[in-house]
Design a binder for this molecule. Structure first.
Ligand code: SAM
Length: 335
C-alpha cells in the first residue's frame, strides 16, 4: 500500500467523515441557537454525499494509507440509516471504524451500529450535573438519557466507549473530578478536551480555555495518575492511567500544546469537500469530481495532489489574531 505524506512528512492516516451538518443539540459553544436557529439554511439533501460516494472515497483513501475512519457530524445518528453506511465502510479491509455522537439516539441505535460492524464509539457528555448539561446542550436534554446510551453501547460490545468532555472555564470545569470518578473502574475512558476556537460563531476567548495540565492536576490530586506512552504517532489525546489500575483518562490539549506536527487527519464534509485542517478556510470539492464522472485513477490523483501539498499547522500558529479569522464551523466539517 502507498504511504502518502504531506510537505511536512505527515502521512494520511485518519479520515473523519461528516454525514450531516444537522444536529439535535444546540451546544452553546458549537451550534449556538442565535446562529443555528429555526431559519438556518442547512445543506439540502441532494448536496449531501450518498453512502456510495462516501464509501468510494473511503476505499480510495484506504489505498493511500488511511487506517481509521470516524463518522461524525453534525450529529451522525440523525442521518437516516447511518448503520447502512457503517456496514459499507466495515467492508473495507483493515479499517478501524468508530463514530462520535452526542448520545441522544444511542440507546436505540447502539446494537444496530455494532451489528453493522462499528468497532467502538465516542460519546460527548460535558457534565453529569443535569442543570449544567441541559444549559450546555441548550435543548434541555437530560444527562440520564445520554448515560442510557453509553450503557447500551457497552452492552452492545462497542469497545472501548470513550466519553468526550469539552471543558469551559466557569461553565463545567467544577465537574472534572466528578466525571473522572463516575467512570473510574468502568472501562469507559473519559477524555477532557480544551475548548477550541473552531468556527467563528462561538465567541471564543483564551480565558475560557481550561488548560489540560490543570485537569490532570485536579484528577491526580484525588486519584493519583501516571502518564501512558502514546499508542501510535499522531494520537490526539495524551493518556494518563490511575496508579491503582482502575483505568485511564485522556486530555486533548489542542490549544496549550498543539500537536500539528503529528497531525495525520483529513476531514470530509457532508457535501464532499476535503479539509486538511480543522481550522481550514476552504475545502477541496471532491463531490464535483465524483459527480463529474471521474475515474478511480483521477480521484486518487486528486487526493495525492491535495495531501501532497498540505502545509497546515494552524494550532501551532494560533494567536490573538488567528482567533478572529474566517473558518468553517465544526458542525459542518465534522468534529
Ligand atoms: N454531534 C456529535 C457529538 O456531539 O459528538 C459529533 C460532532 S461534535 C462537533 C464533535 C465533538 O466536537 C464533540 O465532542 C463536541 O463537544 C466537540 N466540540 C465542538 N465544538 C468544540 C470547540 N469549540 N472546542 C472543542 N471541542 C468542540
Amino acid at each position: 500500500m502507498e504511504r502518502l505524506v504531506d510537505t511536512l512528512g505527515r502521512p494520511i492516516r485518519d479520515l473523519r467523515v461528516s454525514v450531516t451538518d444537522r444536529c439535535n443539540f444546540r451546544c452553546v459553544y458549537c451550534m449556538p441557537k442565535e446562529v443555528f436557529g429555526r431559519d438556518h439554511a442547512f445543506l439540502p439533501r441532494a448536496e449531501l454525499l450518498t453512502f456510495e460516494e462516501i464509501e468510494r472515497l473511503a476505499r480510495l483513501l484506504a489505498g493511500l494509507g488511511v487506517e481509521k475512519i470516524r463518522i461524525t457530524g453534525g450529529e451522525p445518528l440523525v442521518r437516516r440509516d447511518v448503520e447502512t453506511l457503517v456496514a459499507m465502510l466495515a467492508g473495507i479491509p483493515g479499517l478501524d471504524l468508530t463514530l462520535t455522537t452526542n448520545g441522544a439516539l444511542l440507546a436505540q441505535k447502539a446494537q444496530a451500529l455494532r451489528d453493522a460492524g462499528l468497532d467502538r464509539i465516542t460519546v460527548s457528555l460535558d457534565s453529569l450535573d443535569d442543570a449544567t448539561f441541559r444549559a450546555m446542550n441548550d435543548v434541555d436534554f437530560p444527562v440520564a438519557r445520554v448515560l442510557a446510551g453509553i450503557d447500551a453501547a457497552r452492552v452492545a460490545g462497542l469497545d472501548p466507549v470513550k466519553v468526550n468532555v469539552v471543558v469551559k472555564r466557569g461553565v463545567n470545569d467544577d465537574g472534572v473530578v466528578t466525571m473522572a470518578r463516575a467512570f473510574r473502574g468502568t472501562g469507559v475512558v473519559v477524555r477532557f478536551i480544551e475548548y477550541m476556537d473552531v468556527g467563528h460563531t462561538n465567541g471564543w476567548r483564551l480565558d475560557d480555555v481550561v488548560p489540560a495540565a490543570e485537569v490532570v492536576a485536579a484528577s491526580d490530586e484525588e486519584y493519583p495518575l501516571e502518564p501512558v506512552e502514546p499508542g501510535y504517532r499522531g494520537e490526539v489525546a495524551s493518556r494518563w492511567r490511575y496508579r491503582d489500575g482502575s483505568g485511564e483518562i485522556g486530555v486533548i490539549s489542542s490549544v496549550t500544546q498543539p500537536f500539528c506536527s503529528d497531525c495525520t487527519r483529513a476531514r470530509l464534509s457532508a457535501d464532499g469537500k476535503l479539509y486538511t485542517c480543522l481550522f481550514a478556510v476552504r475545502g477541496h470539492d471532491l463531490r464535483a469530481l465524483l459527480r463529474g464522472g471521474a475515474s478511480d485513477e483521477e480521484l486518487t490523483a486528486a487526493l495525492r495532489e491535495i495531501w501532497g501539498a498540505r502545509t497546515d499547522r494552524y494550532s501551532e500558529l494560533r494567536s490573538a489574531e488567528t482567533a478572529g479569522l474566517e473558518k468553517v464551523e465544526m458542525s459542518y466539517i465534522g468534529g
